[in-house]
Design a protein around this ligand. Structure first.
Ligand code: AMO
Length: 435
């Protein structure tokens, strides 16, 4: 059976009037108006209208068209006819329709957007949910977001690395680990590539990045947490926290600009116009952030408290755009962040915030072996478990800095999407491990 297309629906242009093309995709809708029948064919890139006048169309083509169930997969050969009112500005007069694979009915969910489905129904039937133009658009934008990240970091001299997801130690205090059985020892799913990206600074790789899964056994069920998320991580030698903050804000601007440029159709489909953020982002110190919260919120915070979700919202509302919070109390940031030499109560750590939520955390790291070992101990962890990591600090590791940026949070805040589950194909949360 022949099933090759010549074009996506979006590739048919005005100049192709009268030309024969082959389109392949799904039967999105069929409208039978008596003397005339319309079939909307959908592929990844859009829709095309097949127009069949019953008096003039080949009876066999009409018969096939009539027999088609919605969401069946077809290959259509036909001639292009310009038609301003049709999607894409053309219609197709089919000379041939081949049914490649029929869809059963009833369908598990609607793909036209006319019937609203519950999130659970959508996720249970993700293969069909992704056929919906709006959902398809979100994942096209997610692709272009990660592609823009890669381009930017590569231009800045970063090498892409892949580090293990099966590990022996925790990296981030505060969030729980998923234990797994690994032959006859216990292992865990990795919370962050933190230790490995730092070790590669000792390896002389200078600037590295990774886009990969992180696993967090957090119990809470929110619209901005997943138990498996995608983290964009960087680590860079001979740069301090201010340098990597600058990289981060420039990356965000680059991503927005690239998405605005490359995803015009997808943005239109979801009805979103991007406001491109401007660098440099405002920088608040932790002290200023606490003050702002206490000025505007009833839930007062004391120095040394972590920022609550409520505080993030209150401060975000006042700021109204992306911003940094820097100079955190050393006590509430992970052991690997570098305290200020002249004021060790504060650490060279930062968070990068969207008005709705935290997008990234980062820091200059401790590169002194003894101090690092001490800090691990101070935070109640056993340095023996960190031998493989600490070893890399004994034989020449440069000063270095880095950050981790949540890919899902980046996409959901860019597109004004409420629930993080809407920007990941197969979300993993408290209640869902399948599909
Ligand atoms: P942190 O734990 O702050 O830092 O994570 C970095 C960013 O990853 C995203 N993120 C999540 N997104 C969705 N669901 C989750 N459960 C989740 N957990 C984290 C957030 C967050 O800002 N090692 C450090 C980074 C570094 O210093 O380089 C770290 O993991 O957007």
């Amino acid at each position: 059976m022949e099933f090759r297309r010549t074009h996506y629906t979006s590739q048919v242009t005005q100049e192709m009037d009268g030309q024969t093309v082959k389109l392949a995709g799904w039967v999105h809708e069929i409208r039978d108006l008596g003397g005339i029948m319309f079939l909307i064919l959908r592929d990844r890139e859009g829709m095309a209208q097949l127009t069949m006048f019953k008096k003039t169309i080949d009876p066999q083509v009409l018969e096939t068209a009539k027999s088609l169930s919605r969401e069946s997969v077809i290959l259509v050969e036909g001639s292009v006819k310009l038609e301003a009112k049709a999607p894409g500005g053309y219609e197709l007069v089919p000379a041939r329709i081949d049914l490649l694979n029929p869809a059963q009915s009833p369908l598990p969910m609607d793909t036209t957007g006319k019937v609203n489905a519950e999130l659970d129904t959508r996720l249970d039937n993700r293969f069909m949910d992704v056929r919906r133009p709006r959902v398809n658009a979100v994942f096209q934008i997610r692709h272009h977001t990660l592609s823009a990240v890669r381009n930017f970091l590569e231009q800045e001299g970063f090498l892409e690395i892949n580090t293990p997801k099966v590990v022996a130690t925790a990296t981030e205090g505060g969030t729980a680990l998923f234990p797994i059985t690994y032959f006859d020892t216990e292992a865990f799913l990795n919370q962050s590539p933190q230790l490995f990206k730092q070790i590669m600074m000792s390896g002389g790789m200078d600037r590295v990045f990774e886009i990969g899964p992180i696993f967090r056994a957090e119990e809470h069920d929110t619209t901005r947490h997943l138990n498996e998320a995608t983290s964009i991580d960087i680590e860079a030698s001979f740069l301090d926290h201010e340098d990597v903050m600058q990289l981060l804000e420039n990356l965000i601007v680059h991503v927005y600009e690239s998405v605005a440029k490359n995803c015009a159709n997808s943005l239109k489909t979801i009805g979103k116009e991007l406001d491109i953020p401007k660098a440099p982002f405002k920088r608040l110190t932790y002290d200023e952030a606490i003050e702002l919260n206490n000025e505007h919120s009833k839930e007062l915070l004391e120095w040394g408290d972590d920022l609550s979700t409520n505080a993030e919202k209150v401060i975000g509302k006042v700021m109204g755009e992306h911003y940094f919070i820097k100079d955190w109390p050393t006590e509430i940031k992970p052991y690997y962040t570098q305290p200020y030499e002249d004021n060790p109560e504060l650490t060279k750590a930062f968070d990068m915030m969207h008005p709705r939520m935290e997008l990234s955390s980062g820091a200059q790291r401790i590169h002194d072996h003894d101090l690092l070992r001490q800090r691990i101990q101070d935070q109640g962890l056993n340095p023996d478990g960190f031998d493989f990591y600490l070893k890399a600090f004994k034989y020449g590791i440069p000063p270095h800095s880095g950050w981790g940026l949540g890919a899902e949070r980046l996409v959901m805040t860019m597109l004004d999407i409420d629930n993080i589950r809407d920007v990941v194909l197969f979300p993993r949360d408290r209640k869902r491990v399948s599909p």
